[in-house]
Design a binder for this molecule. Structure first.
Ligand code: ADP
Length: 455
């Protein structure tokens, strides 16, 4: 999103700056730095590196504070996957830099009308801006409510945050400092990455403890679906796939199935329905549900290809079931983008039975490749899949959705899929409907623009 939305907004001729920490991976990609501006925001040496987003002329401002951001691992965790112990300091510093840009204290001779913040890492900027005379309007986007930036009260003290912010209607949440609460409270508008998730997070089941707060702020809460990268995910030009195709010659898609069956040592037969999964191996994604129906895939004489990495115990179960039924189940443990494209082009169906799903991308990639998604009716999945199982109307449907996250409902959805597949004319119509959906960032950017104007 941090790459795609700015590009789409730029095309709409908005004058924008993208601000992010100067992570080593980001710094390495800089072609040239046009300006360096020192920031006086704490004892830590910090400067703004002004450049542009690679291969564009979109201005990029990297917040370079080497003691906080210049380290191996990923932006949020060390190499072992543990959150950096100084994450509160890191993102408080980032927020201070955002504030200095937002009120032009950084002396970039530019001040935004709108500050668009993403996730808890940016949450404190709104709280700090509330203490300033002139501040831009603030939009806060929640990508996954499970990540909140919660820290003990001592951290609030260590960060030397103004005492007046420590209050139940400000940054304090059940005795802790909550970055995400600050983001929500001080924003003029809050959005999540799908309309359905925006509603769901106001319930105890999906609210991750914040449902009451979100319900209180419901008048300024909405949802906008993310777009997808239409260049990267295009069956007509995709370099990773065996045979390119379009909606006009969709019969060519089957060559990808034959090629993948060969590659993964599955029986080679274009008539066997091929299911697929590409996912983090995590409970959120309903991988345990998929494991529970693998024996049915074998009994039905169908095939399934899985690609993913994550929870070790779920990984082990998948590998062992694949070893028992090599003619039906192909398991690929690891992260492999090329294979993700190959599978998306080859499969007939894509399974995504998530317990919750803020937006989800793969159900959109699949539709663009004429691969029918089978999804749980939640969050972004509910908003991007037109459900055949509900209306049995093949003229408009793009996938199959089921309500409850249990084995019986998933099996029922799979049976509906197999019935559809048994009538190739109807199946093809649903494939074509799916391929014609508009999942562009341009569409989402127009919706964001409306929020920017209205908030
Ligand atoms: P989440 O961000 O919750 O993991 P999304 O569906 O929003 O789920 O995005 C996941 C992205 O990561 C998708 O683009 C998906 O294709 C990709 N992905 C997940 N696991 C793998 C994997 N093992 N190999 C390649 N790509 C993967």
């Amino acid at each position: 999103m941090a790459q795609s939305l700015p590009s789409a907004l730029h095309q709409l001729r908005h004058d924008i700056r993208l601000v992010m920490p100067a992570y080593p991976q980001a710094k390495q990609q800089l072609k040239n730095i046009t300006r360096k501006v020192k920031l006086n925001i704490s004892d830590l040496e910090t400067e703004i590196l002004e450049s542009s987003l690679p291969n564009t002329n979109i201005p990029l401002l990297l917040i370079d504070c080497p003691s906080l951001f210049n380290r191996e691992g990923n932006p949020y965790t060390d190499e072992q996957g543990h959150p950096w112990p100084d994450n509160a300091q890191r993102f408080a510093q980032f927020c201070r830099a955002i504030v200095s840009i937002a009120i032009d204290q950084a002396q970039l001779d530019w001040q935004p009308d709108i500050l668009h913040c993403n996730d808890w890492h940016t949450g404190l900027s709104g709280a700090l801006l509330s203490l300033e005379q002139q501040r831009p309007r603030i939009i806060f986007t929640i990508h996954n409510l499970a990540y909140q930036g919660l820290f003990p009260h001592e951290t609030f003290v260590d960060l030397k945050l103004p005492e007046e912010l420590w209050s139940y209607d400000k940054v304090e949440f059940n005795g802790q400092l909550s970055f995400i609460k600050a983001g929500i409270v001080y924003a003029d508008h809050v959005n999540t990455v799908s309309p359905t998730y925006a509603k769901e997070i106001q319930t105890a089941e999906y609210g991750a403890g914040l449902d009451t707060l979100l319900t209180y702020h419901s008048a300024k809460l909405s949802g906008i679906i993310n777009g997808i990268n239409l260049q990267e995910w295009n069956p007509e030009t995709d370099k990773h796939i065996h045979q390119n195709y379009t909606a006009k010659n969709i019969q060519e898609k089957r060559k990808n199935k034959l090629s993948l069956q060969k590659q993964l040592n599955l029986p080679i037969d274009a008539n066997i329905p091929l299911f697929s999964v590409i996912s983090r191996i995590a409970e959120q994604k309903g991988i345990d549900l998929i494991i529970s129906i693998l024996s049915n895939i074998v009994e039905n004489n169908t095939q399934i290809v899985l690609l993913g990495a994550g929870d070790k115990s779920l990984e082990t179960q998948i590998v062992s079931l694949a070893q028992q039924s090599p003619n039906h189940i192909a398991a690929n443990i690891g992260y492999d983008e090329a294979l993700a494209h190959t599978i998306t082009a080859a499969a007939d169906f894509f399974l995504m039975p998530s317990r919750y799903e803020p937006c989800g991308l793969n159900q959109m990639y699949s539709q663009r490749y004429g691969t029918i998604p089978i999804v749980r009716n939640t969050g972004g999945l509910a908003d991007t899949v037109i459900n055949y199982a509900k209306t049995m109307d093949h003229t408009a449907s793009t996938g199959i959705a089921f309500d409850e996250g249990n084995k019986d409902e998933l099996l029922h959805a799979i049976n509906t899929a197999l019935e559809l597949y048994s009538n190739q004319d109807l199946f093809k119509q649903v494939q074509l409907n799916a391929m014609q959906q508009d999942f562009s960032w341009q569409k989402s950017a127009l919706e964001y623009t409306k929020i920017y104007m209205d908030s």
